[in-house]
Write a protein that binds this ligand. Structure first.
Ligand SMILES: [Zn+2]
Length: 506
């Protein structure tokens, strides 16, 4: 980095001046610059504009502005204190407290700036560099420049050094100061979603940050079985050009499908079908549907008996008699159609995604993926060059290349969030949980795993069990299965044997 590179090291909102002060620094110099800033929150359009305006005017009308955005009303306040008071008024009047992002983070989101970004000044104007470099800054805990302190740490306590560089990367990704980072991956992804929703003008309601223990499910290890990791596939599959899922793209007004075979139909649609055979039981593609059917529908004892007698590892749906009409999940109905067990009569409740406008979740996920891919390629080139030049000493050289170390930590942290995001959208504990979106994501995952199961069977293997993130498969050719699946489904080759030995859940 050029000697006049400065790094974004601090952001502070100054209430009385209505400004955000940003500190740009390196180990030799410091430069402060402040920017006029008005914080805001977004409120869902469930509340009529007129009524909202009337309620907010009970507060000083000089202290706020109300703007109509495509998906929300934006309340911009004179100061952050005013903003909090206005949010309280909304809570009292409408029972919903809008979620408020800290002013510093709002400012960074607006400018697309991050902690530790590198800047050059041109005519007193900071210009952000796109490259990620290890910040040559001074910190409060040492009088030496950070690169020097970090190298010492790396020599004496590599684990702590790794944790520190990971925290720097996370601070950059979340736009949260390094000393205020959330302490678990659930809250990290929650923060990413807060940023995404705010940036794209979508309201969220305030939520309590709960302490959540992540539960790692332990299964017995099956000898000869391979765990295939699907987590990298989901963010690709739920985004364009495959599905276009998001809170703003499901069941849009502009692209309602005419038939169940339209390109944008979602597999969690439901249809009415007529059964063409006697005493039909079937395995639903979606486990949660089968469970719900089992608890809510009569003849539970018949299903229990069937499960026992045939040692089924799933809950069967049924029984249905010939000529019986029933509402079915579209993905199940299509499957039953191919076996001549059902004829689809008509739609019951269709779900679809927009073909015209890409959802912001799809856009943001693709943006994350582009960063991961381009950075990974760059690092791979550096690794290859180091290997050619230093051969056996290449790894040692690279671990001393702090830009390389920081970039690597950044990719790893970004990749974890990227892979975790689709699963997070199906997590009921998340403030961003929306049943319709979660159901679509889950059904697409289940359908994909079902197709994979069919392929495994065709290749004389066995799918022992499937979770959202992974599948345990008995096969001696995991990689060729993954390749064949990617070819068949026309999806990138991202499924691979996992490194862990047991299935973990988010
Ligand atoms: Zn549409």
């Amino acid at each position: 980095m050029a000697f006049n590179t400065l790094y974004l090291t601090k952001a502070q909102y100054i209430e009385e001046k209505r400004r955000v002060a940003i500190e740009f620094s390196n180990s030799k110099a410091k430069r402060a610059k402040s920017f006029s800033f008005f914080s805001s929150f977004l409120l869902g359009k469930k509340v009529p504009l007129k009524e909202l305006s009337k309620i907010l005017c009970n507060y000083n009308p000089q202290k706020f502005k109300l703007k109509e955005k495509p998906y929300a009303f934006q309340v911009i306040a004179s100061t952050f204190k005013d903003l909090k008071c206005l949010a309280n008024l909304c809570l009292e009047a409408f029972g919903q407290r809008p979620f408020i992002v800290e002013p510093e983070r709002q400012f960074l989101i607006e400018r697309d700036w991050n902690y530790f970004d590198a800047f050059q000044f041109f005519h007193d104007k900071p210009v952000k560099s796109n490259a990620i470099s290890f910040p040559d800054i001074k910190t409060e805990f040492s009088s030496d420049p950070l690169p020097l302190t970090f190298k010492h740490l790396l020599e004496h306590d590599a684990t702590q050094a790794t944790a520190f560089v990971k925290a720097m990367a996370l601070s950059r990704i979340l736009k949260i100061p390094i000393d205020s980072l959330p302490d678990n991956s659930f809250l990290e992804i929650e923060t990413i979603l807060e940023n995404m929703f705010f940036k794209n003008g979508f309201p969220t309601e305030a939520h309590e940050f709960r302490i959540i223990q992540s539960i790692e499910k332990k299964y017995p290890i099956s000898p000869g079985a391979v765990e295939m990791d699907f987590s990298e596939l989901w963010p690709i599959l739920i985004t364009q050009p495959f599905y276009n899922l998001g809170v703003d793209s499901i069941d849009c007004d502009c692209c309602k499908p005419g038939t169940v075979f339209d390109r944008n139909i979602l597999p969690n649609s439901s249809v009415n079908g007529i059964f063409l055979a006697e005493a039909v039981y079937f395995e639903s593609i979606v486990k949660s549907y089968a469970e719900q059917f089992h608890t809510s529908q009569p003849l539970k004892e018949n299903r229990d008996k069937l499960t026992r007698e045939f040692c089924l590892n799933y809950t069967p749906v049924g029984p249905f008699r010939r000529g019986q009409e029933a509402e079915l999940l579209l993905c199940d109905a299509l499957q039953l159609c191919t076996n001549d067990k059902v004829k689809i009569m008509n739609e019951s409740k269709l779900h679809w995604f927009c073909l015209k406008k890409e959802s912001f979740i799809s856009k943001e996920l693709r943006r994350m993926n582009n960063s991961i891919v381009s950075l990974s390629e760059r690092l791979l080139t550096i690794e290859k060059e180091a290997l050619q030049e230093h051969m056996l000493f290449a790894q040692g050289k690279l671990s001393n290349d702090l830009d390389f170390v920081f970039n690597k930590a950044f990719i790893q942290a970004l990749k974890l969030s990227y892979k975790g995001l689709p699963l997070h959208l199906t997590n009921q504990r998340s403030s961003f949980f929306q049943r319709r979106l979660a159901h679509s994501v889950e059904t697409i995952q289940a359908l994909t795993l079902h197709r994979f199961k069919t392929l495994v069977k065709e290749n004389n293997g066995k799918l022992i069990r499937a979770e959202q993130a992974s599948a345990l498969v008995k096969t001696d050719q995991p990689m060729s299965l993954a390749k064949e699946f990617s070819k068949r489904e026309k999806i990138p080759l991202v499924i691979a044997p996992a490194k862990k030995t047991c299935l973990g859940t988010h």
